[in-house]
Design a protein around this ligand. Structure first.
Ligand code: NFE
Ligand code: MG
Length: 594
């Protein structure tokens, strides 16, 4: 038995430490997910004027501030009792703001935080011994996704073309948010009662122009089949089976054209999506090429016990068709991306938010019972000697709390959303994997869900900008500030990484008594709970072979590429997950002692 620890795992701010036990066959038998960072927004919010929450909470994270401000705005709409009157055009403006943040965040993950792992030399070691086809595939992987220029066997490899081209698109999308958000990160326009700025006709023109430029990138790099053809045959397919069939037939056509030339370039029709769809899955595409299952992303990152996992979505994006107002307590059916619980065996249930709890049994907080977030407590340990990350899974080992739904750990994020919304392609892939004895959730379905969600949101964004938003409409309602006395609010929303909830309560002076965010990465990266059940990421590591390259290199623990893939498939963000800061400065250095 060997311990293999990856620390830090994340390529964005906030360190995630994944520690695994690996047996003699290179299979992970145990795992721990530790969030090393100590922050504290729950405590910062105490005694504040609740109106400031939508601005303050954005500082939880620079990647998804829009999501935190909108979730806060939802909680405050509820707190002030105005949610049922928010004008439709304010809701559409919030949608546009959030949709742009989804596109920027997903593009960042796919190309900057995730893609570089496809240029890992482990793949060269597997692919290049396979002759011309294997070599051509490796050249394409490194040629698209390498994040730096480096030398392999004396040969210089330039920075990946897709990686490089994606960076200005992220910038463009951030600029687009600033058009209607004032600035980005930390936009300033989402506020209880509506939206503080009324986007005008010139803004709509600017947004449309940004949109067309980003779609140029999509058609050049991401998806070589026309975007509308893809949407029509996957997202709008009449059944999950038809959506999967379309993709498999499209990939089969491409393989037929490339199989003798070994040309897997964009010019030959292989967009980054087509490329990953074929090479990332043994079941969907890889066997088409006669290559052995060298990537196997559909075989890693799954769950072995469906009774210990569920998929959770609160629902995101308002349906403009519903007109003014929304029901903050019941997003079922009234959101563009619907809410719901999907069990580990893919059964659908309605969401009941009263079943949500957080456990701190394995986290560095003073013990409490498992509490609903509306009654949540955040009392961090202050003795630095108690903050240890190396004491095993029976101990406390993370700053992350452990959220549960009806006692069950839940995966949140694009895969959960696409399953809850019954999106045909992702549902079809999950069903196909299930039927063939794979886990429905795996690294491949997580990535395909993120890619598909990006396409769906891009498709809807244009409609929100050009059809649903009325620059002559109303943008806010008057808000009676006395309504925040002795009140409570719940904001349920979706951030790029998954279901995001904020719970707020106030006292008789209208000051915040308790503010509890429960964040997507809190769900996905959670440690064990009071019953000892591991969190989603912890479960998904167990049973994985540690290294995709082991058949050519032996078990190589110095490059545990499958741990990188599995951990990063959740798009983890620790600053969101823990959102706790130590203002005394006394504890910070010791938390990194591992
Ligand atoms: Ni720091 Fe966040 C998102 C939120 S993380 S990125 O998306 O909320 O879980
Ligand atoms: Mg919290």
């Amino acid at each position: 038995m060997v311990n293999v620890t990856v620390d830090p795992l994340t390529r964005i701010e906030g360190h995630l430490r994944l520690s695994t036990e690996v047996d003699a066959n290179g299979v992970i038998t145990d795992s721990q997910s530790s969030c090393l960072m100590f922050r504290g927004f729950e405590r910062i919010l105490q005694n504040q004027d609740p109106r400031d929450a939508a601005l303050l909470v954005q500082r939880i994270c620079g990647v998804c501030p829009t999501s935190h401000s909108l979730t806060a705005a939802n909680a405050l709409d509820d707190l002030f009792g105005v949610a049922d009157t928010i004008p439709k055009d304010a809701l559409v403006a919030r949608n546009i703001n959030q949709a742009l943040n989804f596109l920027a965040s997903h593009a960042t993950h796919i190309y900057i935080l995730w893609g570089p792992d496809l240029a890992n030399p482990a793949y060269r070691d597997v692919l290049t011994p396979l002759g011309e086809t294997g070599t051509a595939v490796w050249k394409e992987m490194v040629g698209r996704f390498a994040p730096i220029s480096y030398k392999i066997d004396g040969e210089s490899v330039p920075v990946g073309s897709s990686y490089l081209a994606a960076i200005p698109e992220k910038k463009r999308l951030q600029e687009a948010i600033a058009v209607i958000g004032g600035k980005m990160p930390h936009q300033v326009t989402s506020y209880p009662g509506g939206y503080t700025y009324k986007p005008n006709v010139a803004d709509i023109g600017k947004l449309s122009s940004y949109y067309l430029q980003v779609m140029d990138f999509v058609s050049s790099y991401t998806l070589r089949v026309p975007f509308d053809t893809w949407i029509e045959n996957t997202y709008k397919a009449s059944s999950p089976q038809k959506a999967v069939n379309f993709v498999v037939e499209h990939l089969t056509d491409l393989v037929d054209k490339s199989v003798t030339s070994n040309d897997f370039s964009r010019e030959a029709g292989w967009g980054d999506t087509e490329f990953y769809a074929a090479f990332g899955s043994e079941l969907v595409g890889e066997t088409l090429l006669g290559l052995p299952a060298s990537l196997k992303h559909d075989k890693i990152g799954g769950y072995s016990d469906p009774s210990k996992i569920a998929f959770l979505a609160y629902g995101g994006f308002f349906n403009p068709e519903n007109g003014d107002g929304y029901d903050p307590s019941s997003p079922a059916g009234e959101r563009f991306l619907t809410s719901g619980i999907v069990t580990g065996s893919l059964e659908y249930q309605n969401l009941d938010t009263s079943k949500i709890t957080e456990s701190v049994a394995h986290a560095f907080y003073e013990d409490t019972a498992d509490l609903h977030p509306s009654k949540g407590e955040t009392n961090p340990f202050t003795d630095p000697d108690a903050i240890r990350f190396d004491q095993g899974s029976d101990s406390r080992y993370s700053w992350n709390k452990a959220p549960r739904y009806d006692g069950i750990p839940c995966e949140v994020g694009p895969l959960a959303r696409m399953l809850a919304a019954k999106e045909p392609l992702v549902t079809g892939l999950a069903l196909a994997f299930n039927e063939n004895g794979y886990s429905a959730a795996n690294v491949y379905t997580r990535m395909m869900a993120r890619i598909q969600e990006t396409a769906i949101i891009a498709n809807e964004l244009l409609k929100w900008v050009t059809e649903d938003y009325d620059p002559n409409g109303r943008i806010a309602v008057d808000t009676d500030l006395s309504m925040a006395k002795d009140s409570t609010g719940m904001g349920l929303w979706e951030a790029p990484r998954g279901a995001l909830g904020h719970w707020v309560s106030t006292d008789s002076n209208s000051k915040v008594v308790n503010y509890q965010p429960v964040v997507p990465s809190t769900w996905n990266l959670s440690p064990r709970d009071s019953a000892g059940v591991p969190g989603p990421l912890e479960q998904s590591l167990i049973g994985a072979k540690i290294n995709a390259a082991e058949n050519s290199l032996g078990v190589n623990y110095t490059n545990p590429v499958n741990i990188l893939h599995i951990g990063r498939s959740y798009d983890p963000c620790v600053s969101c997950a823990v959102h706790t800061i130590d203002l005394t400065g006394k504890n910070t250095p010791r938390t990194l002692r591992i």
